[in-house]
Design a protein around this ligand. Structure first.
Ligand code: AHR
Length: 332
């Protein structure tokens, strides 16, 4: 590990780190055998990770994956939980810059408002890797790469499944994710791309459930109050909100999974349990196990290898027909 780190340090200096604007000014490597050389060889890589929060089982799985992979590789991980607030993420990025971390990993709560702080990171030569959610910036050199699922396609997959089940004739209530977040925007857009092709596939109510089970239940209760028996399907932007909605439907005696179709996104264990119980009809998997790919990408970046601007995780849909067979092999 020590040797690898020293080799990487030397390699970086030799390569001259071509994209200078995006990297720290690193000192010349110390002379072989000098006390400085011994000190630098024992310095582990330091990575700052600014996480959205812990709003869902998916998010918890993502945090666990990144923390355990950092530990496995001997990376010094500075973890910061923003509790769903962008201002906390901005503060933690500024802290990471002040602490001169080697790389910043950011899972951004919302899409916009990142330019000033990312310019600071760039000016300090600290590369930023976006994980799981994209951002809107006019200058994409402000981040090195985005590793994420295709949220638009996830929305399309959910809508296509609903078309198959209903022939495109269905009244839907939609539970959106966090307002302004990439998955909420893109999952809505992808779903609408398909549903707009079917005049009788109608979203009769749509509101944010903030990606949480409690809010999903609360919003679903309000939908039931105003729409009652008109509701034929629930499209939730994540499993936690779907599980909250299922509870509300159960409480109202509306038979989720049979009387009302329920489809969501994430593929967490709770969703598989609900499918086995017949209450959730389908979930589109969105893999949260970012640890290995994130640190592989950091290694490549620091070794001066070319890293694509976007690395896309491939997702698929699971429904009740295979839930029981695969539930025991699920990793999150
Ligand atoms: O960005 C991914 C989304 O964020 C997940 O679907 C959701 O559960 C989460 O909180």
């Amino acid at each position: 590990m020590i040797r690898r780190f020293f080799l990487v340090t030397v390699l970086l200096a030799v390569l001259g780190f071509s994209n200078a604007a995006c990297r720290k000014e690193r000192p010349e490597p110390p002379a072989e055998g000098s006390p400085d050389e011994k000190a630098s060889a024992t310095k582990a890589l330091t990575v700052g990770f600014s996480q959205v929060g812990a709003e869902s089982a998916w998010r918890t799985a993502e945090t666990k994956s990144i923390k355990s992979e950092a530990q496995r590789r001997g990376v010094n991980l500075k973890f910061s939980d923003a509790q769903g607030r962008q201002e906390n993420q901005i503060k933690s990025i500024k802290n990471f810059i002040a602490q001169e971390v080697d790389v910043i990993v950011l899972a951004p709560v919302v899409e916009t408002g990142w330019e000033p702080v990312l310019k600071e990171a760039k000016a300090s030569g600290i590369p930023v890797i976006l994980v799981d959610r994209g951002i809107e910036v006019s200058d994409d050199s402000l981040y090195a790469t985005l590793i994420a699922s295709d949220f638009v396609e996830e929305g399309r997959m959910a809508a296509r499944w609903l078309v198959e089940m209903t022939g495109g004739k269905v009244n839907i209530v939609e539970l959106q994710g966090t307002v302004g977040s990439a998955p909420a925007i893109d999952r809505k857009r992808g779903f609408a791309e398909i549903s707009d092709q079917f005049p009788d596939m109608k979203i009769i109510k749509s509101q944010s459930g903030e990606f949480t089970r409690a809010k999903g239940k609360e919003v679903m209760e309000a939908f039931i109050k105003s729409e009652g028996g008109n509701i034929q399907a629930v499209y939730a932007h994540n499993d936690d909100m779907a599980l909250g909605a299922i509870q509300a439907l159960d409480d109202a005696g509306m038979n989720p999974g049979r009387g009302v179709l329920v489809i969501s996104i994430d593929g967490v264990r709770g969703a598989f349990e609900a499918m086995v119980a017949g209450k959730l009809n389908a979930t589109v998997e969105c893999n949260p196990l970012f640890g290995p790919i994130t640190f592989d990408t950091i290694d490549k970046l620091l070794a001066g290898d070319t890293v694509p601007k976007k690395i896309v995780n491939r997702d698929r849909l699971y429904d009740q027909s295979e839930a029981a067979q695969v539930i025991d092999s699920r990793k999150y």
